[in-house]
Design a protein around this ligand. Structure first.
Ligand SMILES: C[C@H](CCC(=O)NCCS(=O)(=O)O)[C@H]1CC[C@H]2[C@@H]3[C@H](O)C[C@@H]4C[C@H](O)CC[C@]4(C)[C@H]3C[C@H](O)[C@]12C
Length: 325
């Protein structure tokens, strides 16, 4: 399971949890403007917008999971198992392999308006990266500071949905996820009033009772409602520290602890990492299951005119701040 969310204070923030039972070996990867992307079916792109995100690197190629570009567009791929279907190659369209989708969009779009234009000509195709790294069944959230969309490639074609709540999890398809929010419109951060029966004396005996009924389990539809409720009600100061901290708290509402979601005998899904992109400033923040300290990589500290990928290892291991030794 995975969850993605957007958040706006003074700057625009975008991030995700990546939940799985093992890591593919991830790094924070910057592809500067002159790193050549060799797209399988549409040829080479020698220069483009710079990109930073979490990726698995194979054959000197960044297989991004989530990323943003220097122009303020961000996107993430989340599992969509059993529903994602990629097309065969077609003439007169831009055939982009599933693993190329993030670089294709982020290398050339400076806004969601441009993303929508590019998506009119795209065909997401079923070309695998390699035998060892076959197709991943994903859907995507793409955002700038003004709007978000969800992209789902299914057996009946490519769907592009407005995503007015700015969150995404996994199955079922996005329209069903949005529809179920109707069931929770009574939820509120305020204390409830007794509308049950005026002749009964009912007591709001605990704080937080306006949220009674918010689903607490780890299923993707429950996480969708929970992170949506948390995100739309979350209040933060405008400073970078307050905003980043609040963003991690929002995704903390759907954090997965080892042992609570068994995926095979003795194998458990956990939140391997949580990311928070300051999309306005190009800073990639993250923490991991084993390291709660927030680490960051700022793309603008690097030479973004380079033609070589720049990689930073994910820092693991808890760093505990002893106060008396
Ligand atoms: C497993 C990840 C998704 C996590 C997730 O959504 N879990 C939910 C599980 S479930 O639905 O609830 O069952 C996905 C997100 C991005 C994926 C990676 C990226 O797409 C990049 C490449 C793409 C290659 O085709 C396969 C390897 C890969 C390196 C992918 C491996 C894996 O499928 C990743 C890491």
């Amino acid at each position: 399971m995975c969850t993605a969310a957007t958040y706006k204070t003074k700057d625009f923030y975008f991030g995700r949890t990546l939940d799985y039972e093992f890591s593919y070996g991830d790094q924070i990867v910057i592809t500067p403007r002159n790193y050549a992307f060799n797209f399988r079916h549409v040829g080479d792109m020698k220069n483009h917008y710079a990109i930073i995100g979490m990726a698995h690197v194979a054959e000197d190629y960044p297989l991004y999971y989530d990323a943003m570009n220097e122009k303020g567009v961000a996107m993430a791929g989340l599992n969509f198992v059993g529903n994602a279907v990629y097309a065969a190659i077609k003439p007169d369209v831009e055939n982009i392999a599933q693993f190329e989708f993030i670089p294709w969009i982020l290398s050339q779009c400076s806004s969601l308006v441009e993303v929508r234009e590019l998506l009119e000509r795209i065909n997401i195709v079923n070309t695998p990266f390699s035998e060892q790294l076959p197709l991943a069944q994903l859907h995507w959230i793409i955002s700038d500071e003004n709007e978000s969309i969800t992209v789902e490639s299914m057996s009946d074609g490519l769907h592009i949905y407005d995503n007015p709540v700015g969150v995404l999890t996994n199955n079922p398809p996005f329209p069903q996820q949005m529809f179920q929010l109707n069931n929770y419109m009574y939820l509120s951060p305020k204390q409830p009033r007794n509308t049950f029966c005026e002749n009964l004396t009912l007591d709001a005996y605990s704080r937080g009772m306006g949220g009674l009924g918010l689903p607490g389990d780890l299923s993707s539809s429950s996480r969708f409602v929970r992170v949506a409720f948390t995100k739309v009600n979350a209040i933060s100061g405008e400073s970078e520290e307050e905003s980043v901290s609040q963003f991690f708290h929002i995704l903390g509402s759907v954090d997965q602890q080892r042992g609570c979601c068994e995926v095979a005998d003795g194998k458990y899904e956990i939140t391997l990492y949580t990311s928070c992109c300051n999309v306005t400033k190009g800073i990639y923040y993250y923490n991991t299951y084993e390291n709660h300290q927030i680490s960051a990589v700022d793309m603008h500290v690097e030479n973004l005119d380079s033609d070589k990928m720049i990689c930073y290892p994910v820092i693991q291991g808890e760093r505990i701040n002893y106060q008396n030794k």
